[in-house]
Structure formats: C-alpha cells, structure tokens
Design a binder for this molecule. Sequence first.
Ligand code: SF4
Length: 443
Amino acid sequence: MISLGCSKNQVDAERMLAALAAEGFEISSDPTECDAVVVNTCGFIEDAKKESINAILECCEAKNGGRLRCVAVTGCLAERYREELVKEIPEADVVLGIGSNDQLAAAIRKALGGQKTAAFGEKEALSLEGERILANPPYYAYIKVAEGCDNRCSYCAIPMIRGSFRSRPMENILEEARTLASRGVTEINLVAQDTTRYGLDLYGEYKLPALIRAVAAIPQVHWVRVLYCYPDRVTDELIETIAEEPKAMHYFDIPVQHASGKVLHEMNRSGDLETIKALCEKIRARIPDVVLRTTLIAGFPTETEEDFEELCRMVEELKFDRLGCFAYSQEEDTPAGEMEQLPEEVRQRRAEIVMELQMSAAFEFADRCVGRTLEVLVEGAEEGRYYGRSYMDAPDIDTRVYFESDLAHEPGDYVDVLITDTYEYDLIGIAEQKEETKNESAE
Ligand code: SF4
C-alpha cells in the first residue's frame, strides 16, 4: 500500500489494509516481493495529482518483468477523475472511487486472474468504521472523526471529492480509540476536513470538546491532539477544554488561508485580519504556552498587491509558531478555477516570500523554548542521540527534539527533556533524570 496525501486518506488506507488482511492477503512493505500494489491517491491540488500519477505509472512500469501483476488505484484522484483515469492509464488493473473501497480485495483477485475492475460507488458508501492496520509507528494514530466538508471554499475540490460533512457516532470513535489504546497507541490525533464541525450534523451541536474529554478519559491515552480547526468554529468551549484537559495538547492547527477580508470573502470564507488577530490573542491569553499552526494560500486569483501585503503583515505581526503557505492551485470545477488567474510565477513567488517571512518567527519560537522542560515522545535515535516530538509537534508535519540521555529509551517512551539549544527549527536538549533515578545513582 502506497498511501499519499493527508492523514484522512491514510486512515482509509489503514482500513483497506485490514480488510485485505482479513481476506487472506499478506501485507508487505517491499514492493518487489508483491503480487499487487495499491496506490491510495491524493487529488486535491496540481502537485498532489502529479505525485499520484507518477506513483501509479512507476508501479505500472514495475509490472514489466517483475513479480507484480496488479496495480490498484484508490483514493481522491480515482474518485475525482473516475473514467478519465481509467482511459488515461489503461495499465492500471483496478480503479476504485472512495465509495468502492470495500470491493478492493475481490477486484485484486479478479485482476490477478486477468480481469480489470473500475467501480465508483456513492461517496457516502465509504465506511468510516472498522478494523485498521496502522501505517505509522504503533504509539500514535490518527482518528478520522468525520468525512467530507460543507464549507465549500471557492478554491477547494475536496467537497466535490469527499462529499458533504458527516460525523461518526461518538461511541464508534471512542470504541476505536479504546481499541487503539489497548494496542499501545498513546497519542491520538483527531482529524477531519473540518474537525471543529464535529457533531453538528449528528447531534445538532458542536461535540468536539466533549469528544476530546472522552478520549482523554481512556487511561492508556497520554496525548490528545486536534488538527484542522475551522477558524469560525474555534469556540470558547473548545479553547477552555484544551486549556483544562491535562492530556489535550496546547496545540491549535487553524488554517486561516488569508488575512484580507476581501480575499477571504472571495474564497467563500469569512473573517479578516482583525478577527484572526482577535482569535489568536484570545487563545494565547487563555493558553500562554499554546502552539498556533496555520496554513495560507498566496496568489488567489483576485489577490492584489495590497491584499498580499496585508497577508505578509499578518505573518509578521501574529508570528504563528508553525506555518505552511501554498501557492494557489487552479482547480477545475471550483468557482475560483473559473476566475481570471494570476501568473503561476507570481503565485509561487508570493508563497516563497511568505515562507521567508515566517523563518524568523519560527527561529524566534525555537529560541524561546531554550530553558524549558518538555515532555518528549521518543521516536528513535541517530548518531548517539534520541529524537522525538513534544506537544508542539504534530506527526509528519512539524519539527523534532533531539536529546542526550544516560538512560536507554524505546520509541513510544515519554521523557522529560530540558531544552538547552536549537538547531534551525529543531530543539536540542538533555533528558532530565527522574527523582527516583537521581536517588538510585546517588546511592
Ligand atoms: S474547509 Fe475549505 S479548504 Fe478545507 S476541506 Fe473544506 S472546503 Fe476544502
């Protein structure tokens, strides 16, 4: 299984892996010894689509002369481009939309018998429940709390690919969290396209705060983190819950996308620099050690020089602790895709400028951590040092803490680390000896 794109797509891949294993398939991470490969694609912006197509073509190439006899394509690219993909890449043996993931095992068997399959069931048929085989180290997991999105930002193809927003019943999520925790998962990352909307469709009210508290109540769970918060739905109750719940990470991932009220309006989003500023100040006032992460888009079709300057001003003023900025990608079948576009190089240049501006904020943030003691989730060791993540680092997208220790540590351990230095964005430290260890060594 090659799973591309976001953590939500990874969860789908993990469900497909468990279904394949239940159907008697052996799962291997070595493509050269496989009869079939599944490319779980991403399809929401140009770069991601290119990456997916390249991965499919590489696998199709590998069929010539190797053991590999079946290339199956699943995920967002298959869902979005359906028959077109089948026509464009006839070498692919199986092409399934997200509503047909449950047909994967049968389709692969047919393909190994020489028969191709293309199926595109209703998006809503995508199962959000069931067993998973984790595709990442066993001590953390993403839990997808809902599928789809109703925000319909004018530049975004995701609602078209994933359908309308639908929450999972809280009991199902908790059952999954308990199962994962019983297998050694201690860090739970709650994800969705818009995690803050969780529960509104099912319970008529926002249920994310209640969900965080319920997941945190699972004894084996140590850390609970929320990703993909929609600014308008970061409620006082959510801020209070993350402030109060000891296991909730003081980490807010809130993609604000832009600063200009005019551009946000044309993105079919609300707010402006003042509302974003007020939200950040409110969170920072209530949770002083909070980490604020955001995502921005530069080069939106109607973005003027003045709008772009306002975006840069926000980055310099608000000093987000973590920030990613993407150049706008023209997506067909989206309202913004119909607008007159800015030249590609202008979009790219503006995104680069924003990331250059962000560097100083990121370095300052790292410097401010020197002298603090942070609990670190150990992820590995290299060159005689351990490395891991603190509450400030989400998996796969943030930085690391490197530290020395007199004791031996395993991936999945939690260690208190005194931060003594920085190296670019990463933190450097030394493990703090627990009282009892200090006494033992004193004796
Ligand atoms: S919130 Fe907007 S950008 Fe995010 S998935 Fe939904 S429509 Fe797309």
